[in-house]
Structure formats: structure tokens, C-alpha cells
Ligand binder design. Structure first.
Ligand code: SF4
Length: 361
């Protein structure tokens, strides 16, 4: 059974919170797919073996606001926090600087998650919630082991005021199994230039496979979301990003895309330090970066504008309209590259909410 799993999921140790029941469905799934995994009790003071997964009872709030900042335009999405870290090891991954402990963690008390969501969504039936699970881990990378997304998509089909974005770099569509409706899901893939995929996303499937999965979702009748994030400055970036944009429209039509975000590589200085230590061949960190108002380093504004203008022009030529937005950029960047600011769209959060509730084809 383990032979079907990608190598990054062949985990050796499972640290199990003793307060979880032995019949916990997430635990059962992990044991089914990794029958030889060594199970150890989780305690608060231990360090973990490499190739480990922690299944834990989470006691905090599962639904949270995205940690945006007031200085840039934030998209206003709500995070469903179900786990932390990711085994795909992209060199630029911001999670390297978010969490001290790099061990994979899943909050296995999924019934508590459902209870909290039910209460929030039912208490506010007139509010619309654009939610997602892809902030502190990849939404689907552990799906073959846990089946978490499938349970969540099943649960959420009863809430018409909710959309769930599954943001991923894998092509697992098993979450579609058993759904009687699908319009509450926003499947989303992160894309990059082919050279960046090859050098900086070594464990990730090729762009073609991601786009084939997106195409399959379109054939099921829903729009998909795409994220060009992080856009990275490197020699020949024009050629690379042009190639990826061409590839997108080999698989999808503009009307198949619910929304598409653009975000340049950025992060706290610790992230740059970690990348220099862990990924010494990743030289993009030595380009011209400046401190933004949020204390993060980001590409020097004239270079960002050059890259964004180039990419936006290509996307518009291919037929995209107001589906394009920026993740954490200033009004100045919006104005100079798109010709308007989010105010013209009625506010970025409202605009994306509108698009995401209009996602049936
Ligand atoms: S897929 Fe996303 S979460 Fe996982 S390592 Fe890459 S950037 Fe990080």
C-alpha cells in the first residue's frame, strides 16, 4: 500500500496525542496507508525524529483571519487552520520562517473543527465566508494519508454561505468523491516559471499535471483559481513566465478562471537567512530587495513594476479581466500596472467574494 505514496509521504514516526480516540478517523486513515508507521505518544517537551507526523488535538480557534497587514491590500480570506508545515520543501517557502518546529502537524480533532464552523456559519447566515486551508500547509499534500479535504468538502456542502479554496501544488482530486454538489469548492493551483519549478520546487509535480487537474475540475462544472506566487526575478524571467502563461491557456479558457493572484517573492529577513543556509544554490535571494512597510523584504519597486506589467499585459491579452489581483501590494502597484485600485472593484475582499460565489460554469 505504501508504494503508491510519493516518497515525501513515506513517514516513519507518528506522534499521537493521547487525548485522541483510537477510532479517530484521521488516525485510522494514516494507519491504513502507513501500516508500519511507528506510533509514539506525543508529549509537550519532546523533539521529533525526521520523517514524522504529529496528530494532535487542537484547542485553539480553527477559523482565523489571514495575517495580512494594513499597509497593503489584503484579500480578506479566512483560514481554516487544520495543520502546519509541508513536506514539498520548495526553497522559497515562507513556512520555513513561520514555524520553529518543522514537523508535519495535523489537528486530528476534526469533529471539533466541524462544530466550530457549524456554529460560525449558522450564526451568520447572511454573511458570506471565503475560506481556505492553504495558508499554513498545502491544502492537499497529505490528502492520500489523512483524507482531511474530502471530509471537509463533504461537510461544507450543506452551507450555502461558504466557499472553500483548496490551494495546492499536487493533483489529488479525491476530495471530489462522494460530493453531491461541488460549487462550494474553489480548486486552486500555484504556478511558476518552468525554470523556477525545476530548480526551486524539486519535489513538486510538473506544471502540466497541475493544469490537467485544473482542466478536470472545469470539466466537472466549476471555475478554478490560479496563483502566480511567488514571482521570482531571475535571468530570462520574461521567457519563463511567458511560457507558463501560454501553458495556462493551452489548458484553460479565460472564463474558466475564477481569479488569479500575483505576488512577488517576499519575506521577513529570517526567511532569506534560512534560504541561504538550507538552499545555497537558490541565488534569487541576492537580487535587489528593499524593506516594505510591513518589515518584509520585497523586490525593489521598479523591478516589481516591470515584472507585474509584463505579466499583466500577457494575461490581459489572453483574455483575463478583473479576475487578476495582487496579493499584498500597494495602490500604487495596482494603479501603475492594472490602471485602477481595489476601490474601483468595491474593495478587494468584496470583489473576490463576489467572484468566488459566481464560480459555476
Ligand atoms: S507547496 Fe507551498 S506550503 Fe508546501 S513547501 Fe511549497 S510553498 Fe511551502
Amino acid at each position: 500500500m505504501t508504494s503508491k505514496l510519493p516518497s515525501y509521504l513515506n513517514l516513519k514516526y507518528l506522534y499521537l496525542d493521547p487525548s485522541l480516540s483510537t477510532t479517530n478517523p484521521i488516525l485510522q486513515n494514516v494507519k491504513k496507508h502507513l501500516p508500519d508507521i511507528k506510533i509514539l505518544p506525543l508529549s509537550s517537551t519532546q523533539s521529533y525524529q525526521p520523517q514524522s507526523l504529529i496528530l494532535k488535538k487542537f484547542k485553539g480557534k480553527f477559523l482565523r483571519f489571514c495575517p495580512g497587514t494594513r499597509y497593503y491590500n489584503c484579500c480578506g480570506y479566512k483560514i481554516i487552520h487544520f495543520g502546519e508545515n509541508c513536506p514539498l520543501n520548495c526553497t522559497y517557502c515562507i513556512l520555513q520562517a513561520y514555524f520553529q518546529d518543522k514537523t508535519l502537524k495535523i489537528w486530528a480533532n476534526i469533529d471539533d473543527l466541524f462544530q466550530e464552523l457549524d456554529k460560525t456559519f449558522k450564526t451568520n447566515p447572511n454573511l458570506r465566508f471565503r475560506t481556505g486551508t492553504g495558508e499554513f500547509t498545502d491544502s492537499l499534500v497529505l490528502e492520500p494519508l489523512t483524507g482531511y479535504a474530502q471530509k471537509l468538502t463533504n461537510f461544507l456542502q450543506n452551507y450555502s454561505n461558504v466557499r472553500l479554496e483548496l490551494k495546492s501544488k499536487v493533483a489529488d482530486l479525491s476530495w471530489t468523491n462522494g460530493l453531491h454538489k461541488i460549487d462550494h469548492i474553489l480548486p486552486a493551483w500555484s504556478l511558476n516559471a518552468p525554470e523556477i519549478v525545476k530548480k526551486e520546487e524539486k519535489l513538486v509535480i510538473p506544471l502540466e499535471e497541475r493544469l490537467r487537474a485544473a482542466q478536470k475540475c472545469v470539466s466537472l462544472g466549476i471555475k478554478v483559481c490560479l496563483h502566480f506566487d511567488p514571482i521570482i526575478y531571475y535571468p530570462n524571467w520574461e521567457k519563463g513566465y511567458s511560457k507558463t502563461i501560454e501553458m495556462v491557456f493551452d489548458y484553460l479558457k479565460p472564463e474558466h478562471i475564477c481569479y488569479l493572484s500575483l505576488g512577488s517573492f517576499r519575506g521577513m529577513p529570517e526567511l532569506f537567512h534560512t534560504i541561504s543556509q538550507k538552499h545555497p544554490k537558490s541565488t534569487y535571494i541576492y537580487e535587489e530587495y528593499i524593506y516594505g512597510l510591513d518589515g518584509k523584504l520585497r523586490l525593489f519597486l521598479p523591478l516589481r513594476l516591470k515584472m507585474f506589467s509584463f505579466i499583466v499585459k500577457k494575461l490581459k491579452k489572453a483574455g483575463l479581466k478583473d479576475q487578476i489581483y495582487y496579493c499584498m501590494e500597494s495602490d500604487l502597484v495596482w494603479e501603475k500596472t492594472l490602471g485602477y485600485t481595489p476601490i474601483k472593484l468595491g474593495g478587494l475582499d468584496k470583489h473576490l467574494e463576489k467572484l468566488s460565489f459566481n464560480n459555476l460554469l
